[in-house]
Design a binder for this molecule. Structure first.
Ligand code: MN
Length: 258
């Protein structure tokens, strides 16, 4: 049987399950908050054009207002100054939007320490159990942060010292960018960097290193707990915003049950 026919048959039988990794996109969707003097993104909103009324008797539709980096979203290389000559979101090759994904679960570490940082050693340990990271694939970093995503306050977890959310060390960010075979790095938090990464040297190392290396970021993912450590296929659907730095993104995973 042709592979695509097999795929459709497996989806109908649910031997391949489709898992939605996307956060609902609504006014309450958490957005990152940068301190002054930096600019900030605006919350998502709908502006009704008509709803079966004088403005349009048989149809309902809205305009939307959103940032590129709102909710579950895709970071293109050009998002960061290190990737300024790289791809914008519309230039990301479409065949890169379907790729293998592995899940590294550090939810108990992040529960114990919201400033937990992923290190190269953690990845080496995981590889010794599960095999190499996927060539041209995604590392999805599970931290349990998705359960907080219905509350801006809990999601950003800010104190007087700034936000406290799990991330990646400077050394590990460089390793992911230059030594790993990955296509991109996906997280459950508001951005790919730790909440405290503003004070790292260099600041925001995950953005700087990965986007500078032409790799991608995916943020505010949900339901990573429903994925196996290895073997899932991630399908990411950012909008092809011409010249855009990123886009809200539908992210789904295919998981095979044998
Ligand atoms: Mn972003």
């Amino acid at each position: 049987m042709p592979i695509l026919d097999e795929l459709i048959a497996a989806l109908r039988l649910a031997t391949i399950e489709v898992v939605d990794l996307t956060a609902p996109l609504q006014a309450e969707t958490p957005v990152i908050q940068l301190p002054p003097p930096f600019g900030n993104t605006i919350p998502f909103s709908l502006q009704e054009i008509s709803r079966y009324d004088d403005r349009g008797p048989a149809w309902y539709w809205n305009n939307i207002t959103t940032g590129e980096h709102t909710g579950t979203h895709f970071d293109a290389p050009v998002h960061w100054v290190t990737g300024r000559d790289g791809e914008d979101i519309a230039q990301v090759p479409v065949d890169r939007l379907i790729a293998p994904a592995v899940v590294l679960d550090f939810s108990s570490e992040a529960a114990a320490d919201p400033d937990f940082l992923l290190e190269v050693e953690h990845i080496r340990q995981w590889e010794s159990e599960h095999g190499s990271l996927p060539d041209g694939g995604w590392l999805l970093y599970r931290t349990g942060w998705d359960v907080r995503s219905d509350s801006q306050q809990a999601f950003l977890n800010a104190s007087e010292t700034g936000p406290h959310t799990p991330g990646v060390s400077v050394e590990c960010a460089r390793w992911l960018a230059t030594q790993s075979p990955l296509l991109g790095f996906g997280v459950e938090t508001v951005g790919t960097d730790a909440g405290t990464a503003h004070s790292f040297d260099p600041p925001f190392p995950c953005h700087a290193a990965l986007l500078g290396a032409g790799k991608y970021g995916l943020t505010q993912l949900q339901n990573l707990a429903r994925l196996p450590a290895t073997g899932a296929v991630l399908i990411a659907g950012p909008l092809p915003i011409t010249g855009g730095s990123g886009s809200p993104c539908r992210a789904i995973a295919l998981v095979e049950h044998t």
